[in-house]
Ligand binder design. Structure first.
Ligand SMILES: [Zn+2]
Length: 287
């Protein structure tokens, strides 16, 4: 089901060259660590620039280098019933269905899932760009896109691509950030409120839109950044990082308020993030 990301036609393996060759436009795609790299020149250059930008503008925690991860504060958020929701999708589609995780990093949500990311991270099975997915039309049963949308320059284009590669009747499951701090990996571009999420996935039939991490997670995230920025001499990166981690340790339990708060009627107004489950209910007609 791999396709040329440029013209969306299927590819075939040229064993002599050890390259995947587009059956239509003839573009060639190589392998890195045995993983197909389905990036055209434009995507390769764009991703390269993103990594360079990250080096320049991100606030890297010196603590993460100097101290072990054990000293870093726990994450300021947790997602309400994520495993249960994924389990119910697997029950709907079965274990033999084709699952794709766009922007997977090292996660492996389901056994046998296709993990796509912009580099050969652990567990990645295809290197590609979410804006030009390297899969043929109507070929995937379910696409996950978790904590990725904020990092995309053009999320509307990426969701259009997900619609294209999904089979009719297939599902998209997304974790979309709303109120959370700026975080690069490699870049950070935007957030979405509830109506924004609906607009983003407007081509899909809305199955469920609900709070993933609620107001407790928002508060927990904001308070550690707030105190770190407020603290004297925190223009110094090391001071900022130490204060943020100490405040993080003292305040992370606030996120557990979400056990009560996430399902409250107005939780979405200041939620940290949303889950969206959508269904594709018509064939892809273009291309
Ligand atoms: Zn092609």
């Amino acid at each position: 089901m791999l396709a040329c990301p440029v013209c969306k036609s299927s590819v075939r393996l040229n064993e002599g060259k050890n390259m995947l060759v587009c059956t239509s436009c003839g573009r060639e795609y190589g392998f890195k660590k045995g993983i197909p790299v389905m990036l055209d020149e434009e995507s390769t250059n764009k991703i390269e620039k993103e990594w360079q930008k990250m080096e320049k503008i991100s606030i890297k925690s010196p603590l993460s280098i100097k101290l072990t991860r054990r000293l870093l504060a726990p994450l300021p958020y947790f997602w309400h019933e994520q495993d249960k929701k994924i389990e119910s999708i697997i029950q709907k589609l079965g274990s033999q269905a084709t699952y794709l995780n766009v922007g997977s990093k090292a996660s492996r949500l389901i056994e046998g899932i296709i993990n796509l990311d912009i580099d050969t991270f652990l567990n990645v099975t295809v290197v590609g760009d979410a804006h030009v997915l390297p899969f043929i039309n109507d070929s995937i049963d379910c696409v996950f896109i978790m904590q990725v949308i904020e990092h995309l320059q053009n999320p509307f284009l990426a969701i259009k691509e997900i619609f294209r590669v999904l089979k009719n009747g297939g599902y998209v499951f997304a974790l979309v950030p709303f109120l959370e701090g700026y975080h690069t990996y490699p870049s950070d571009y935007q957030r979405f409120c509830q109506t924004g999420v609906q607009e983003l996935f407007s081509e899909f039939e809305n199955v469920e839109l609900c709070v993933a991490a609620g107001p407790g997670s928002t508060l927990s995230w904001v308070i550690r950044e707030f105190i770190a920025v407020l603290f004297p001499f925190s223009n110094n990166r090391l001071v900022y990082s130490i204060i943020r981690e100490i405040t993080g340790w003292l305040t992370f339990p606030l996120k557990y308020l979400d056990i009560i708060m996430s399902r409250k009627k107005y939780a979405g107004k200041i939620a940290n993030s949303f889950f969206y489950l959508g269904k594709k209910t018509r064939e892809t007609v273009d291309k």
